[in-house]
Design a protein around this ligand. Structure first.
Ligand SMILES: [Zn+2]
Length: 234
């Protein structure tokens, strides 16, 4: 793969990704603080309700954090070259989801100062929340520089087969599609960016050809093919 085929996130995409990463990290810090405070103050028979409230709060915060984290990886994905770094960056949401509950789960189940019933309820709730936080953080379709580069190559070939100029496509800020025609109904009247298919990926993290534009360009390329045949015949 030559360098020019390799995906490189645009500066805007990188800065957006950095912003999302910061949100995720701040949220994980908040979840950790709630966890530590819960361990210190809420493992008791008298504060079971507050403990459950804290568990729900931590779960909500960790789910939010991993959503931001996943978004950042879509915009500015890691390379697969360093396997450990790729794994950690892709799956950090799951790892942090578990870490935001595991110490609490251990402390509840090993506590000597609470009743068996409290232990079962609080420990059970924290275990369920830990599982939910972990699973919601798992990235099942991890983005990578290599995967994006491959996808861009594939899309370039496909778009060319429809007769699309792969160096001049259009996209709006929202949405994850690029368009072959700037008068497409989906982007009409919107503030448009234009550039190559690769540019659209680098700006948005992920991009695919709009279905309407695909149909229209297919038709156009069939028509021009027919015209060429006619010209040769004549
Ligand atoms: Zn379109």
């Amino acid at each position: 793969m030559s360098n020019s085929d390799t995906f490189v996130a645009s500066p805007e995409a990188k800065s957006k990704a950095k912003q999302f990463r910061t949100y995720a990290i701040l949220a994980w810090i908040a979840a950790m603080i709630v966890q530590v405070m819960s361990i210190m103050k809420l493992i008791s028979d008298d504060t079971l309700i507050m403990m459950i409230v804290a568990i729900v709060a931590i779960l909500a915060i960790t789910v939010l954090a991993s959503t931001f984290w996943k978004k950042s990886n879509k915009l500015d994905p890691p390379s697969e070259k360093n396997g450990l770094k790729f794994f950690l960056q892709s799956q950090l949401g799951a790892i942090m989801g578990v870490l935001c509950f595991l110490p609490m789960v251990i402390m509840i189940f090993t506590s000597n100062s609470i009743s068996g019933k409290t232990k079962a309820i609080a420990g059970g709730a924290a275990s369920v929340a830990m599982t939910a936080a972990g699973i919601s953080g798992v990235e099942f379709d991890a983005a990578s520089i290599e995967k994006y580069s491959e996808e861009i190559k594939k899309q370039n070939q496909e778009a060319k087969s429809f007769g699309i100029n792969t160096d001049k496509v259009y996209w709006s800020k929202a949405g994850n599609k690029y368009h072959a025609f700037n008068d497409c109904q989906y982007i009409k009247g919107k503030n448009l960016n234009s550039g190559s298919i690769k540019d659209s990926w680098e700006a948005k993290g992920i991009s695919e050809l709009c279905k309407v534009c695909q149909k229209k360009s297919k038709k156009a390329s069939v028509a021009s093919g027919a015209k060429k045949v006619l010209e040769t015949v004549n």
